[in-house]
Design a protein around this ligand. Structure first.
Ligand code: GLU
Length: 289
């Protein structure tokens, strides 16, 4: 029987701050209220920014907050074989292509004058202008390493008329909680997203989808800053034939100027509040729980 299973998935690139605490506590409270499971996942694919010290501190702060996980944490760095297998499968179906563009190349190509259109911003920044996309069908041969791989969105959407998912959080549209995105919108406003990085066989989108499936996650509870990424995640679930969880995008905790909290905002770090003698209930009150 599938029970309510959710997770908190921090990237150990800085201290746990109020925004993370809210996300973790909300997911934890919702899983406990549903008699379900709560899991922890360490999203450490970006080895240039992730540090074991941060991971230890995040785990320590979560424990202090009273958050308990029902299985040992999953680390993305231990999941390379699963990511590689998925990439091999997508590559052999002609859905990926190598891309050597730098950020600067993409900015230059996207802002070159083309029929007067403004460059579009998608869930990952500028929508990829297609510089490296092969014109004459998929590239044959084995999947190349050490180069980024992009999803050919138009090809991926060929047999999928639209993407739909269930949203139970803040991002519901009107009274409906079923979000629908047409194929054309995916091609134009999301575009060819990166599924494998030059330095790592995977990307945020690929890993998060495979890991949610591997952990049996039925409810993804996360900040509404990730709402736009969800359509990519649903598409990947369809392409890889794995079940889609229900999504709950929650409000973001902002600082006193209304700005979103960033990892570097040490003033809002849980460790700072702990050092000042605050307790877990104070933190709950601060985030409105
Ligand atoms: N690792 C992501 C973050 O720290 C969260 C990913 C997710 O919840 O899907 O922002």
């Amino acid at each position: 029987m599938v029970t309510f299973t959710t997770r908190f998935a921090p990237s150990p690139t800085g201290p746990l701050h109020l925004g993370h605490a809210y996300s973790a506590l909300l997911a934890h409270d919702m899983s406990r209220a549903a008699g379900g499971q709560f899991l922890l996942r360490i999203e450490d694919i970006d080895q240039t920014r992730c540090k074991p010290e941060w991971e230890q501190k995040i785990i320590d702060d979560l424990s202090w907050l009273g958050v308990r996980w029902d299985a040992p944490p999953l680390r993305q760095f231990d999941r390379l074989t699963a990511y590689q297998a998925a990439l091999d499968q997508l590559w052999s179906r002609g859905l990926l292509y190598p891309c050597a563009c730098t950020r600067r190349d993409i900015t230059a190509a996207a802002s070159a004058p083309q029929e007067g259109a403004e460059p579009l911003i998608g869930p990952d920044g500028l929508v990829y202008p297609g510089t490296c996309r092969p014109e004459n069908g998929p590239i044959q041969g084995p999947r190349p390493d050490n180069i980024a791989l992009r999803l050919n969105m138009a090809r991926a959407m060929e047999a999928i008329p639209e993407i739909t998912f269930v949203e139970t959080g803040q991002c519901t549209m009107g009274h409906s909680d079923k979000i629908t995105v047409a194929a054309q919108e995916m091609i134009q406003t999301v575009g060819d997203v990166v599924l494998s990085r030059r330095d790592f066989p995977g990307s945020y989108h690929l890993s998060v989808v495979l890991d949610d499936a591997a952990q049996g996650v039925t409810e993804v509870i996360r900040g509404k800053d990730l709402f736009e990424a969800t359509k990519i995640h649903i598409l990947l679930q369809i392409l890889m034939r794995i079940p889609s969880p229900v999504y709950h995008h929650h409000r973001l905790i902002r600082d006193s100027n209304g700005k979103r909290l960033a990892k570097r905002d040490d003033a809002r770090a849980i460790a700072t509040f702990r050092a000042e003698g605050k307790g877990p209930d104070d933190i709950r009150a601060m985030v409105g729980l």
